[in-house]
Design a protein around this ligand. Sequence first.
Ligand SMILES: Nc1ncnc2c1ncn2[C@@H]1O[C@H](COP(=O)(O)OP(=O)(O)O)[C@@H](O)[C@H]1O
Ligand SMILES: [Mg+2]
Length: 243
Amino acid sequence: MEGVRVDGVERVFRARGRRGVEVVALHGMDLRAAPGEIVAVVGASGCGKSTLLELVCGLQAPDAGTVAADPAVLMPQRDLLLPWASALDNAALALRVRGVPARRARVEAVPWFERFGLSGFEDARPAALSGGMRQRVAFVRTLLAGKPVLALDEPFAALDALTRQEMQGWLARVLAEEPRTVVLVTHDVEEAVVLADRVVVMSPRPGRAVAELEVGLARPRHRTDVAVVALRERALEALGAPA
Ligand SMILES: Nc1ncnc2c1ncn2[C@@H]1O[C@H](COP(=O)(O)OP(=O)(O)O)[C@@H](O)[C@H]1O
Ligand SMILES: [Mg+2]
C-alpha cells in the first residue's frame, strides 16, 4: 500500500481551436496521503483541486511529474445520480459496473442504506430525496466501488449550512468505522480542520501546495473547539484571506 503520492505535477489545458491559449492548472504540485490518512486540500476556486483529484484517480495524466496511488474512486462535485433510477439502484450501480448481477447488487447495497440512515428510501428517486440524503446515496456508491482511496470533491458544498454540519459529523463517524485513504477537496477551511488528519493549502492558479497543517486533535471535533478555531485561522492565513 502506498496511499497517494503526487510529485512535482504540472497540468496544462490547451483551449481547442484557439492557438496559444494555455491554462496552467497545476504547477509543481506535491501531495502525500499515507494509507488510512485523511488529507484535506483547500484552495480558491479554479486553483486545480478537481484536476488534482482526477489525476489521483487516473482520469487524467500529468503533463510533467508523477502520480502514484492505490486504486482510487472519485466522488465528483455534483452527485451525478441517475434521475430515473431508484436510490438503491443508484448506489448498487458501483457493484453492477464491477460485474455483480443486478439482484445481488441490490441485496449487497441494502445494509449500507440501514447504516447510513437511508432505510425506507431504497425505492425513492433522487428528486424525492433531500440534498443530504442524495450525498449519502452518492457516498454509498463511492464506497461500493471497493477502492482503498476515496477522492471526495467538495462533497458538501451544495448543501445549506445546517445540513453541511450534520453531514460533516456523519462523514467523520463513517470514516472512523470504515477507514480509507481520503483526499477531501473543499474550499471550507473549517470543514478541512474538523475532518482531516492534515490540511494542505494550495496557492491560486497555477495550483501548488503552499502550506501544510497537522491537525492532530482528538475526535469528535467541533467547529467551535478552541484548537479547531486556531487551526482554521492559521489555514486562512496561509490561504491569504484577511483574518
Ligand atoms: N478540461 C479542461 N479544459 C480546459 N480547462 C480546464 C479543464 N479542466 C479544468 N480547466 C481549468 O483549469 C483550472 C483548474 O480547474 P479545476 O481543477 O476545476 O479547479 P478547482 O476545482 O480548484 O475549482 C481552471 O482554470 C479551469 O478552467
Ligand atoms: Mg472543483
